[in-house]
Design a binder for this molecule. Structure first.
Ligand SMILES: NC(=O)c1ccc[n+]([C@@H]2O[C@H](COP(=O)([O-])OP(=O)(O)OC[C@H]3O[C@@H](n4cnc5c(N)ncnc54)[C@H](O)[C@@H]3O)[C@@H](O)[C@H]2O)c1
Ligand SMILES: N[C@H](CO)Cc1c[nH]c[nH+]1
Ligand SMILES: [Zn+2]
Length: 870
């Protein structure tokens, strides 16, 4: 909407002027006109910075002001800039919207004015007009289709300004000529009079309908105004209205619930005034509610609550905690932002966005920033002309393609946000090179070393559990239909109608190239050999005393469920690692589960492995839903006794939850999460090999971590490895993932092998690679590791696929207490005792005495009655 009046000010002198309309009142009518010269551009930019979002600025510029300066002024928030003809053409050719430009013309001859209006559709500004008749004539000629016309006078007076307003041109009046005090000297123009001259009243009492709103536009109530009440409002800077019964009404005078005036404007057809106010006290309504339509709702209500909590939060309230714990608030904002990114359905998105708004507003309120400030900022941004490209910051780029079926966005964003970077270096890089951060252990405290060795932060348990629990419950109670729903949602396999593929598997579903089939067969055979060798050929039998024989024998776990990950990469090798030992152990029922591809099919390599290990079925599902189906069974998935296999945080959490449910009757192998490797290198190691091993695990996912411990390497040797890491990484198809994982990967430089092993044992890596002199002798010092790779000819990837060892290994440091998957993972050990009469005589005394100590008489008698003793 066009402004009713422009107040022209001289930037250089205005703030010091005591004449005319003061700056406190400027914003009440909301439109300021300023002349800008090359000398005052900076002043104008500062003025815009302070006022943009509070009122509209119209800037006239001289022909000497450069085009770039004009663009800067527009970009800084000027509503419109008044330019010369040549500037106008140039700016339009640069695609600046004509709505933001006004053609400025001297307009004292009819020809000049007619030419200008006839030739353009942009708004016109003509200044120093002395002949009002001229303006009247051209406005009549061009009627309502003309562009808006702004006119400044050589000598404005109330009559000419009013006449001009009625002609629907926009008067430009110097601030010193205006006053908000109707009783001031007569030569000043009353702002109230100028505003009200344009207003119309359709009421018999001649009052003006007035809508009162807060700064966010929320209606507080309806009142009436007169020219006198508007003048009083402008003079006092308060909400003043005209009561139909009591005359002038200074809102809040008796109740104390006063209003600060923010602005006064007219609606589109000038028959309704709008007062924007800052309401103080209990609210606007006489019933002491925020508005005459009841209390606030939505964001306004949230803001009200947070502001009152900030003033006096109940001790122990969650909001009070957030106000006092910046770290917690930061973590919650990051968490909610990523949950919003992960949300899929309308309900989820609304739910997560509401959470994010809550925490974001808490941050604002704690810093004294209001919703109004935020909205002013949004408005200011909306009129910028130089748009930023809008690309994500480098740290977040690697996460851009939404991974609906695997990697946790939250986790990645947390990581990205937690590592301080220089402005120009994307994640995982330094000076543009893919580089691991380097620490010299002798120069750091043990605390620093422990902290840099931390695995990339995981989603809080609570959050993951909150996501996973409902999934488990749904599958447990609704079976197949819930299982399919989640597969449609997370794996996009919307055409899938049955969640299980049963053996015998059709040959067309496991067609492989001869090379792939051969590779699987070779790996199968090696894994088989190594795991078969782990079996005990006969039970363990020990006679502990004459006639007392103790035996231990093993039995296979009857039904096993094997989880094969398929989120960021499909891993048929994991099917081998889990399936072959199950087969060797003699498990009667082997069921695989793996997320299907988007078309509902399963990778032929996995089907082939399932066939080779004698699996009875493949569950076409991933994540927590697959784990729940295996644990509880569904109409088509048969329940298992143990679930094995690695996976992301949802899989790991679901495994933990079902194994804790005594009704499920299911156990698990171990927590096996994002892949990790620790390489120990000394001066004998080959930088090419070292780098290749580090990268082989870094490429698994951005949540992987790789560590290099360099023993006694000098700068040249360290740089040789770093060069290799960069060069090799740049040639990898998954270089973006590598950048992500390298960002939280480090090199530790230490002096001795002893120190290196101490660090490694404390870290307890999933994979430990020893590329050092006499590597075999170092194995003795290994206390904690999932699997060890000895010497320069043993890359970790041989263990991942084909050497024979298992690659399903404990991560997160769990190598301190868990073994990787092995034959025993599929077996139970049962013990038996077998005593002769003599044996019972030999051991019976001890039994009876201990039963007596424990006061368990029946235990004691089970022996004494047999032996016929008391
Ligand atoms: N430690 C080991 O022995 C070992 C071995 C192989 C792989 N790994 C690791 O296993 C992991 C495999 O993870 P992955 O993600 O690639 O595959 P995955 O199969 O473990 O997870 C994919 C599933 O996660 C679920 N999911 C994804 N986003 C979800 C969300 N927002 N809410 C609920 N569920 C969601 C979906 O159901 C999807 O099917 C990797 O970190 C890899 O490094 C570890
Ligand atoms: N290195 C992974 C275990 O952390 C296993 C794997 C499968 N494929 C390739 N690698
Ligand atoms: Zn691997």
């Amino acid at each position: 909407m066009a402004p009713a009046l422009l107040v022209s000010i001289d930037l250089a002198t205005y703030s010091k002027s005591t004449q005319g309309l003061q700056s406190s009142a400027l914003s009440y009518i909301g439109n300021v006109f300023t002349n800008v010269t090359p000398e005052t551009v900076d002043l104008a930019l500062t003025h815009l910075q302070q006022s943009v979002g509070r009122y509209a600025n119209y800037l006239g510029v001289t022909s000497l002001t450069s085009i770039d300066d004009v663009i800067s002024l527009l970009d800084a928030g000027a509503a419109k800039v008044f330019v010369t003809r040549s500037q106008l053409d140039e700016l339009l050719s640069r695609k600046i919207s004509q709505d933001r430009l006004v053609l400025a013309l001297p307009g004292n001859t009819k020809e000049e004015i007619i030419n200008a209006i006839g030739g353009t559709q942009v708004d016109i500004y003509t200044h120093q007009v002395s002949d009002l008749g001229l303006v009247e004539a051209w406005l009549k000629e061009y009627g309502t289709d003309r562009p808006d016309v702004f006119v400044s006078f050589a000598n404005p007076d109330m009559n000419s300004v009013l006449r001009l307003s009625k002609l629907a041109a926009i008067p430009v009046v110097p601030a010193e000529k205006l006053t908000v005090d109707p009783k001031s000297e007569t030569s000043s123009l009353s702002v109230a009079k100028l505003i009200m001259a344009n207003a119309t009243s359709d009421r018999p009492d001649g009052l003006y309908t007035t809508l009162v709103t807060d700064e966010r536009g929320v209606a507080l109530g309806l009142v009436y105004s007169s020219e006198e009440s508007v003048a009083e409002s402008l003079r006092t800077g308060r909400g003043v209205y005209q009561s139909r019964k009591r005359g002038l009404w200074y809102k809040g005078e008796s109740s104390g619930d006063i209003q600060e005036l923010v602005s006064i404007s007219l609606d589109c057809d000038s028959d309704c005034l709008r007062f924007v106010v800052r309401q103080k006290g209990r609210g606007f309504c006489h019933l002491a509610t925020a508005t005459c339509f009841g209390e606030y709702s939505g964001l306004s209500k949230l803001q009200q609550t947070l502001q009152s909590r900030k003033a006096s939060a109940p001790e122990g309230s969650y909001t009070a905690r957030l106000f006092n714990d910046a770290q917690l608030l930061r973590a919650k904002i990051l968490e909610e932002a990523t949950e919003l990114c992960d949300a899929q359905t309308k309900e989820e998105i609304a739910f997560e966005a509401a959470d994010l708004f809550y925490f974001a507003l808490t941050k604002c309120i704690s810093a004294g920033v209001s919703l109004e400030d935020v909205e002013r900022n949004l408005d200011a941004k909306s009129i910028k002309v130089k748009r930023r490209k809008g690309d994500a910051k480098p740290a977040f780029i690697q996460f851009a393609p939404a991974q609906s079926n695997g990697v946790s966005e939250k986790e990645k964003v947390k990581e990205a946000a937690s590592v301080p970077k220089s402005k120009s270096d994307p994640a995982g890089t330094k000076d543009g090179r893919i580089t691991m951060r380097r620490y010299i252990t002798s120069q750091e405290t043990p605390e620093t070393i422990t902290s840099v060795l931390q695995r990339p932060s995981q989603r809080s348990n609570e959050t993951i559990v909150n996501i996973v629990n409902p999934i488990i419950h749904a599958v447990k109670t609704r079976g197949d239909s819930a299982l399919l729903e989640y597969t449609h949602k997370f794996d996009r396999a919307t055409s899938l109608t049955s969640p299980v593929l049963r053996a015998p598997f059709p040959p067309e579903l496991m067609k492989l190239s001869p090379e792939t089939q051969h590779a699987i067969d070779v790996s199968f055979s090696n894994i088989y050999k190594f795991h078969a060798a782990q079996s005990e050929d006969k039970p363990l039998v020990v006679e502990t005393m004459p006639g007392v024989t103790c035996t231990r024998f093993s039995r296979p776990i009857e039904r096993v469920g094997l989880y094969v990950p398929g989120g960021t990469a499909v891993l048929p090798s994991t099917a081998l690692m889990l399936g072959v030992p199950a087969m060797v152990a003699g498990c009667k029922k082997i069921v695989l589960a793996s997320p299907p591809r988007a078309d509902g099919s399963i990778t032929p390599e996995i089907v082939y492995v399932a066939h080779k290990v004698g699996a009875e079925a493949i569950v076409l599902a991933g994540g927590a839903q697959a784990v729940a189906a295996l644990a509880y069974g569904t109409e088509s998935v048969s329940k298992v006794d143990k679930i094995l296999g690695p996976g992301n945080q949802f899989v790991t959490a679901a495994k933990m939850i079902v194994s804790n449910d005594t009704n499920a009757g299911v156990s698990i192998d171990m927590p096996a999460g994002p892949s990790e490797v620790l390489v120990i290198a000394d001066e004998t190691s080959n930088p090419v090999f070292v780098a290749s091993d580090l990268l082989s695990q870094a490429e698994h996912g951005v949540d992987s971590q790789v560590i290099l411990i360099a023993v006694g390497l000098n700068e040249t040797q360290l740089q040789a490895i770093e060069n290799e890491v960069h060069e090799q990484a740049m040639r990898l198809p998954r270089v973006d993932i590598v950048r992500g994982s390298i960002e939280h990967s480090i090199t530790l430089v230490c002096e001795t092998m002893e120190e290196a092993m101490e660090l490694s044992n404390a870290y307890a890596p999933e994979h430990l690679i020893l590329q050092v002199r006499d590597a075999e002798s170092v194995v003795e010092s290994v206390e904690n590791a999932g699997s060890v790779f000895v010497g320069e000819w043993t890359p970790e990837s041989v263990g991942d696929y084909s050497a024979g060892v298992n690659h399903s290994l404990p991560t997160y440091g769990y190598a301190k207490q868990y073994s990787g998957v092995n034959l025993a993972s599929y077996l139970k050990h049962i013990t038996s005792s077998n005593l002769t009469k003599e044996g019972l005589r030999n051991v019976g005394g001890a039994v009876m005495e201990l039963a007596r100590v424990e006061q368990l008489e029946a235990h004691r008698r089970a022996v004494s009655l047999r032996l016929g003793v008391e």
